[in-house]
Design a protein. Structure first.
Length: 266
């Protein structure tokens, strides 16, 4: 099994203010029967790539690292080449949701960077809010040979039980066979203190209907998930939402999709 998470230091959020390391995560995943993990980028900094790849070398359960390169740079290919030979370097992410320009991801120089990812077969994580989701299908069609995954379902308004601003663009993205979806980050979009698995289920069902189990993968969003619940609580909530699936289908969501998407070498 495989999933995504990040080690963070977020002093603005007291419950997750401390830095997190692989040793903090290992007992949590072991308790839930998770065998391996994929680190997903937290900083726009090449130094983070180097640091986490070193950690992955000494922690066998870290199966992959999704890093960062400057997609706007004319040197983006040179930046990527530093990491391509590392067997645990598996993808790139940019924190698009924090960009002041809502159309950042479709800027010409960013599109050039994505074209480089497509050429080098490096998948890309889409960290979007709902307002950015309109760009997903555009990217999927423009780069049909680039694998994309939508992190956190693009953060729909679970707390408000609202889907109208999210579902049309979400389904349009799913119509592109090269776009996948992470079933992650949901409990922090729900009511932090009163959420239940039932609050998440309509969104999980929509993802399964749109993408199918073949293109859905589990993500913990640890340690950010701890703002609203423990690692075990978010894991068990997704299990509850997937209770109608067969064991084979659950294996797909909880491991095989991520292994395929990131081409993990386990």
């Amino acid at each position: 099994m495989a999933f995504e998470y990040g080690w963070l230091d977020l002093p603005q959020h007291e419950p997750i203010a401390a830095s997190r390391m692989p040793s903090d995560l290992e007992p949590l995943i072991t308790a839930c029967g998770i065998d391996a993990t994929v680190f997903v980028q937290t900083q726009h900094d090449l130094a983070e790539n180097r640091w986490v790849l070193q950690l992955a070398d000494t922690n066998p359960f870290v199966a992959g690292v999704v890093g960062w390169v400057d997609l706007q740079s004319p040197r983006v290919e040179e930046q990527l080449e530093e990491f391509l030979d590392h067997p645990k370097f598996v993808g790139i992410r940019h924190i698009t949701q924090d960009e002041p320009d809502d159309d950042f991801i479709v800027r010409p120089n960013v599109l050039h960077g994505l074209a480089v990812l497509e050429k080098l077969e490096v998948p890309f994580d889409l960290l979007f809010y709902v307002k950015h989701l309109k760009h997903a299908a555009i990217l999927g069609r423009q780069f049909p040979n680039l694998r994309f995954v939508i992190d956190h379902l693009a953060k729909p308004r679970i707390r408000e039980r609202y889907t109208d601003d999210w579902l049309p663009d979400f389904r349009a993205a799913a119509a592109c066979p090269n776009i996948y979806c992470k079933l992650s980050g949901m409990i922090t979009e729900a009511d932090w203190t009163h959420w239940t698995a039932a609050d998440l289920r309509p969104y999980v069902d929509a993802a399964l209907e749109a993408f199918g189990v073949q293109r859905c993968m589990y993500g913990s969003d640890w340690p950010v998930c701890e703002l609203a619940g423990t690692y075990e609580q978010q894991h068990n909530a997704l299990l509850d939402c997937l209770s109608q699936l067969s064991p084979t289908e659950k294996d797909r969501v909880f491991g095989e999709t991520a292994i395929e998407f990131y081409r993990l070498k386990l």
